[in-house]
Design a protein around this ligand. Structure first.
Ligand code: NAP
Ligand code: GDD
Length: 416
């Protein structure tokens, strides 16, 4: 993607990473000068380069006309999110935008259908093309965006798919982490012999409780050893250790959040929570009579995705890069989930659920439960939404979606 020969780019290039870092602003209050000062029109930077600089330059000009705009506003933090079209990417983009960030999202493919939906929801977000399989595209994206923070959320995240496409999962979910870290390292000019200074790009890796797999203890803490049970879990463990290694090798501010399952009305329809809440809505509305599921006794620590993106941001904002376990500390079985979801619709799941061997996994993670006490003590993070509220929210959203003629895939859009 060619970069425009725009003189504003050259001007803004003087706001180099180092300069931006030395003038690192404090967070900007939502709805105050900062948020207004950084507000811009919708731009799709997969098509045009250079507009961030134009916008930043507009914001600097004549102080009088800028009203409450301040240097803090102009130099508000810039975040690059990979996986922005996913569940967490959308919540994180919303959250950071509200915090006054300039948010950029990496999107892949020529005709990615989720880009249109993303733009409808998050007009403020800027998009740039790139793929975790393509090192050059990641270097270009980091070079172009010059982010203060990079959140690597992109992955093949559906566990059963990782057995069907194990090599691809290794490439995207595992080696993809290496490529993003390398892009940051190269663009920051960090070599083995150099510790980065204060202006370094901060990196967040989306690690997973799947790494605990066949758990050695319960609940799981930051110290619990890993025993992944799927190619996905193995790939995540690679990304986790690599993030730690780049922190230790190069002094990079690189952290991993070991997040337990988190869900929302934006959750992909392949995951068990959403499969059930969509199923309940279909049964309730008379479209279907049955839901076919696999292992009903598996237990997970389910929380709300909107709560978990706050934790990601808190981790990146700490003085020291440290990995944290993030979860609710409460575990429920798939049967509990069924109970709760059908109850919301006034139905009994036993009348509608069929177990189907097709959904049984080659190796299962039987039970996950977080001990989030370190995050609570050091980050001040606590989940706000309970399991019951989460399930209620998802069933209600799916009833509304389907009764207004929508489909599961529409839930990444207006129906949110
Ligand atoms: P998700 O909804 O499945 O989103 C995955 C994202 O990755 C999508 O935006 C997808 O983009 C992108 N992606 C896939 N392959 C890519 C590639 N080759 N290059 C660039 N982007 C690519 O996942 P999520 O639930 O939001 O989870 C976010 C992250 O947290 C993932 O890394 C997941 O493994 C991890 N995690 C999730 C949970 C959870 O419970 N949700 C728990 C622990 C960890 P397209 O739209 O182009 O497909
Ligand atoms: N998807 C699915 N579909 N799961 C089913 C079904 C079914 O029909 N029936 C039972 N389950 C069980 C699975 O066997 C598993 O034990 C549990 O429900 C949860 O499955 P998922 O919702 O697919 O999530 P996951 O725990 O495998 O993985 C999710 O959480 C991880 C964090 O622990 C994903 O978001 C991963 O990306 C994430 O890392």
């Amino acid at each position: 993607m060619p970069v425009e020969a725009d003189p504003l780019i050259l001007l803004a290039a003087t706001l180099s990473l180092a300069t931006r870092a030395s003038l690192r602003p404090r967070p900007v209050e939502v709805g105050q000068a900062g948020a207004a000062g950084t507000r811009r029109s919708v731009r799709d930077d997969t098509a045009a380069a250079g507009c961030r600089y134009a916008a930043a330059t507009e914001a600097v000009s004549p102080a009088g006309s800028a009203g409450h705009r301040t240097w803090e506003a102009v130099l508000s933090r810039r975040a690059l999110i990979t996986g922005i079209t996913g569940q967490d990417g959308s919540y994180l983009a919303e959250y950071l935008t509200a915090e006054g960030y300039e948010v950029w999202g990496l999107v892949r493919g020529q005709q990615n259908p989720r880009v249109r939906q993303l733009r409808q929801l998050l007009g403020e977000v800027r998009l740039i093309r790139g793929d975790l399989l393509d090192q050059g595209s990641l270097i270009s994206a980091v070079e172009r965006v010059q982010p203060d923070e990079v959140y690597n959320l992109a992955a093949i995240s559906y566990v059963p798919m990782s057995w069907q496409q194990a090599e691809l999962t290794g490439e995207v979910t595992g080696l993809g982490v290496l490529r993003v870290l390398e892009a940051i390292r190269v663009c920051s000019g960090i070599s083995a012999s150099r510790s980065p200074g204060r202006g370094q790009i901060r990196f967040y890796q989306a690690s997973s409780s799947e790494m605990f797999g066949m758990v050695r203890e319960s609940p799981q803490t930051e110290q619990t050893p890993f025993h992944p049970r799927s190619p996905y879990g193995v790939a995540k463990a690679y990304g986790h250790f690599l993030t730690q290694n780049y922190r230790e090798s190069y002094g990079m501010f690189a952290v991993s959040g070991i997040l337990f399952n988190h869900e929302s009305p934006r959750r992909g329809a392949e995951f068990v929570t959403r499969k059930i809440t969509l199923g309940v809505a279909k049964v309730k509305l008379g479209y279907e009579r049955q839901i076919r599921l696999g292992n009903l006794s598996a237990r997970r620590d389910w929380g709300f995705a909107g709560d978990y993106v706050r934790a990601m941001h808190l981790m990146v904002g700490q003085d020291e890069p440290v990995d944290y376990v993030i979860g609710t500390g409460v575990t429920h079985s798939v049967e509990d989930l069924l109970d709760q979801a059908f109850k919301v619709a006034g139905l009994d799941w036993r009348d509608h659920v069929v177990t189907d061997a097709a959904f049984i996994r080659p190796a299962e993670v039987d039970k996950l439960c977080a001990d989030p006490s370190v995050a609570r003590e050091r980050l001040g993070w606590e989940p706000k939404i309970t399991f019951e509220e989460l399930v209620g929210m998802m069933v209600e959203a799916d009833l509304e979606l389907l009764s207004s003629g929508g489909h599961a895939e529409d839930s990444f859009g207006d129906a949110w």
